[in-house]
Ligand binder design. Structure first.
Ligand code: USQ
Length: 399
């Protein structure tokens, strides 16, 4: 299939271009390279070196024997996007081209507005361009499990049957997002659902959990083909941060008690799930939702896994509870469904420890890069709007 990736330079976009190519698809993509700038803006850099677009595409050509149509450009430039899609005529569009950080969206008014304008407008541009130049294409839209929040009931895949005052209907499951970033994804979901209804577009909205990992097998050992791996408070996700902290023996930063539960999945599972979605499109006019994660864990459970695997590698690392900069429930019920991808053939790996071992081996040679920027490990962006570094909290000591 011809697959267009919006956000082809990103943490997931770059490996996905390779994964889909190996599966025989023809890939093209657009990226404004903003992720590189945002990470720099928050005072950090990727733990794994990130190569220039020319270096990345040269390595791609060498390994996969074909050129990659990777263009630097903005999704907010409608004519550029529309023209690219009109030329390429994708059968699928994977939309990974958004600002992905909850903390970044909470910095101040300007970052909130930027996040929502960038994300919502970019997605609307894709929907309009699809309608105008490739209405048969399938939009695989990256949403987030964080759209649902943490309700005190099970979380279905997008829709649920409700009975109210004696009448029944199947309705979108209520969204209770936890940051302005997560709300931008809710707005995208609503706009996408509406566009499918009125224009007959087809879309899979992926409610993805927190992704972790440094590599997929397809990349081989060429460092130019590796993805980035962030560890700052904005763009580093929990397990990625914990692994970077472990290799420099920085205490693992649990926010609050650490009982927050989320769905997590390794990068390799994320690739498989996205490919399964691409290769099994819905019918015209259908908007469907997949919850995409491997398993649910508390943050504390994950910190223990990283601590144990680090110890197996001769690295002793402690775990500290920091006062939580976010407004989120610490103890809560969490039971989301994830059946649809399994029905399409997804086999969850259930092995965080094996993946963490791979990550530690990949990160150890870059210890000095992480050490250079270790100040970004303690969060100071707070959901109450008052910027202040989190301190080690007076919480029950660990067993
Ligand atoms: N957390 C810690 N310590 C840390 C970092 C995070 O305890 O050092 C906790 C947070 O308080 C939160 C949980 O770990 O409860 C997850 O935080 P995260 O930073 O790993 O992930 P999050 O901010 O939720 O966002 C990430 C991606 C986002 C994606 C989302 C999926 O950045 O793009 O949408 O995961 S989900 O969490 O399911 O909404």
């Amino acid at each position: 299939m011809r697959v267009f990736i919006a956000g082809i330079d990103g943490y997931l976009g770059w490996p996905l271009a390779q994964y889909l190519t190996v599966r025989g698809h023809e890939v093209a993509g657009l990226d404004l390279l903003l992720r590189r700038q945002w990470v720099e803006e928050v005072g950090s850099h990727s733990a794994l070196p990130v190569y220039s677009v020319d270096e990345r595409t040269a390595a791609f050509q060498q390994r996969y024997g074909r050129a990659l149509d990777f263009r630097v450009g903005d999704l907010l430039d409608y004519n550029l996007l529309r023209g690219f899609l009109a030329d390429f005529q994708p059968e699928a569009i994977v939309h990974l081209g958004e600002m992905p950080s909850a903390a970044y969206s909470m910095i101040d008014q300007a970052h909130t507005v930027f996040t929502q304008q960038n994300n919502v407008t970019g997605n609307l541009n894709i929907l309009w361009a699809m309608k105008e130049v490739c209405p048969q294409a399938h939009l695989v839209k990256l949403g987030t499990m964080g759209e649902y929040g943490t309700p005190n009931i099970d979380i279905p895949e997008g829709f649920f049957e409700v009975e109210f005052r004696g009448r029944k209907d199947t309705l979108p499951f209520p969204k209770q997002a936890g940051s302005f970033y997560h709300w931008s994804k809710v707005h995208d979901s609503n706009n996408t659902m509406f566009a499918c209804k009125i224009w007959g577009l087809r879309s899979t909205d992926i409610m993805q959990g927190v992704v972790f990992g440094t590599q997929i097998d397809e990349m081989g050992s060429d460092p130019r083909l590796r993805s980035r791996l962030d560890f700052d408070q904005c763009f580093g996700t929990a397990i990625n941060r914990f692994c970077c902290q472990a290799v420099i023996r920085h205490p693992l930063t649990l926010y609050g008690q650490g009982y927050q539960k989320r769905g997590f999945l390794p990068m390799r599972d994320s690739m498989e799930c996205l490919a399964l979605a691409v290769e099994n499109p819905p019918s015209a006019g259908e908007y469907r939702v997949f919850n995409q994660f491997e398993e649910c864990y508390t943050i504390e459970e994950l910190a223990y896994i990283v601590q144990r695997v680090a110890a197996d590698n001769g690295i002793d690392v402690t775990i500290h509870h920091y006062d939580n900069p976010r407004a989120e429930k610490d103890q809560h019920y969490y039971n989301p469904d994830r059946q649809r991808l399994i029905d399409l053939g997804y086999k969850p790996t259930h092995d965080v420890a094996t993946e963490v071992q791979v990550m530690l081996v990949d990160l150890l040679p870059h210890r000095d890069r992480i050490l250079q920027k270790k100040d970004v490990l303690i969060p100071d962006i707070r959901w109450d709007g008052n910027r202040r570094r989190s301190e080690v909290a007076d919480l029950p000591s660990l067993p």
